[in-house]
Design a protein around this ligand. Structure first.
Ligand code: GLV
Length: 322
């Protein structure tokens, strides 16, 4: 029996399944573990099931001498130092597929919300400060607009599929130069939606030059990772009207401090990183993360491994838990 440290209680019954074979230690507090608490609780774990908020870096990996598996509870795994895990022969798993449609739906919710100025509209209703007027709260049409998708992977493609129902033209820019160039996409799109993973290459990919290339009527949507966008540049873009609005599920930093200037910008629709927050998606993620741990602890390949090099000949062998 191995010891698994799980950094938050998960929806569904996946953890019970894990508990049938292993000792499961769950962080039950409302607040996430502090760094010191994480290091302390993970120290004698054979396997970790962290959230995207926990940094799995060299310090953490080296403070867990028994560690044989990390199963991230997310599809994006930028919280894990993958090179360091690979060097140590530790497989890292993620949760692809099960959250694709939920995240695409939220992308559309934010795109429509920013286009039709729903946050302002709701505030006006709640404060009773509106009256019918022909030019009140005018927004942007979807029909006939161009949607530019940056990163046509699973989620980007699901967002693109929905666009046909809205009568939009879709263009994209993807890894390896597929589609149109990023500059062309920014210049042509009425809506720009980001679906790239966060890597050293994509960090800050939307900064002042890119925002200035966009149409003044365009809307930027980010449901991927906050640091893809230079936040200070985005604040200026919204304040100075380089673009018309933004729909954000992710920000940098995250959470934003309550007095952050982004929160006072006009044209902003914002959510607290809830792209995958549906019952089915979050239960599906728990199942995949547990499947990854169970396989690794049996000394088998993780079904969703993001560093399969650990299984290749010539690298360190798979280490089943002692
Ligand atoms: C959420 O942001 C995820 O990567 O799963």
């Amino acid at each position: 029996m191995s010891r698994c440290f799980v950094t938050r209680r998960l929806p569904g019954d996946a953890l019970q399944r894990l508990g049938l074979e292993h000792e499961v230690d769950v962080w039950e507090e409302a607040q996430p573990p502090s760094r010191a608490e994480l290091l302390e609780r993970a120290r004698d774990a054979d396997a970790l099931l962290p959230q995207l908020t926990e940094k799995v870096d060299v310090e953490l990996l080296d403070s867990c001498p028994r560690l044989v598996a990390v199963a991230d509870y997310s599809v994006g795994f930028d919280n894990v130092d993958l090179a360091a895990a690979t060097e140590r022969g530790i497989p890292v798993g993620n949760t692809p597929g099960v959250l694709t449609e939920a995240t695409a739906d939220l992308t559309w919710a934010l795109m429509l919300s920013a286009a039709r100025r729903l946050p302002e509209a709701e505030k006006d209703v709640r404060t009773g400060t509106w009256g019918w007027e022909p030019s009140f709260l005018l927004g942007h049409d979807m029909q006939g607009a161009t949607l530019g998708i940056v990163g046509m992977g699973r989620i980007g493609s699901a967002v693109a599929r929905r666009a046909s129902g809205f009568g939009m033209e879709v263009i994209h820019n993807s890894r390896g130069g597929a589609g149109v160039s990023l500059d062309e996409l920014l210049e042509r799109s009425d809506f720009v939606s980001l679906h790239a993973p966060l890597t050293p290459e994509t960090r800050g990919m939307i900064g002042e030059p890119q925002l200035r290339r966009m149409k003044p009527t365009a809307i930027l949507v980010n449901t991927a990772r906050g640091p893809l966008v230079d936040t200070d540049a985005l604040v200026r873009a919204l304040q100075e009207g380089w673009i018309a609005g933004a729909g954000l599920d992710v920000t940098d930093p995250e959470p934003l401090p309550r007095d952050h200037p982004l929160l006072s910008c006009r044209g902003l629709a914002i959510a607290p990183h809830i792209g995958s927050a549906t019952h089915a998606a979050r239960e599906g993620m728990a199942d995949l993360a547990v499947d990854n741990l169970l396989a690794a602890l049996r000394g088998e390949r993780m079904p969703h491994c993001v560093n399969p090099e650990v299984y290749e000949r010539g690298t360190r062998p798979i280490r089943p838990a002692p």
